[in-house]
Write a protein that binds this ligand. Structure first.
Ligand SMILES: [Zn+2]
Length: 107
């Protein structure tokens, strides 16, 4: 496959998508940086992300003056064995994700 503008061969580059094991194959032009995803592999990744076992819509609640919080519903509490007072590590990888990491050696 060639770049429609530069007429040179597009480079195949595998792109990692956050949260997915499969990589998306993309075609990139080394000259003009034209970029397109290979449809089959991107479909696979979208499907994989959709199959994430728990994806639940939650509202952010107001806790006090400047503090907000979210509830963990009973399904999440049970499947992860969460307990009150437990420590989690919170990180913000980008402006659309909040990542909570549970401590390793949990019983
Ligand atoms: Zn090009």
């Amino acid at each position: 496959m060639n770049c429609s503008k530069c007429k040179i061969r597009l480079k195949e580059v595998k792109v990692k998508v956050y949260g997915a094991k499969n990589k998306v194959l993309s075609y990139q032009c080394p000259k003009c940086h034209y970029f397109e995803f290979e449809p089959e592999s991107s479909k696979k990744v979208v499907e994989e992300l959709r199959e994430t076992p728990l994806k639940i819509k939650q509202n952010i609640i107001k806790l006090s003056q400047d503090r907000l919080g979210i509830y963990f519903n009973v399904n999440i509490v049970r499947s992860l064995g969460l307990k009150k007072g437990e420590e989690v590590l919170l990180s913000v990888p980008d402006k659309k994700h909040i990542l909570l990491e549970l401590q390793e050696n949990k019983k």
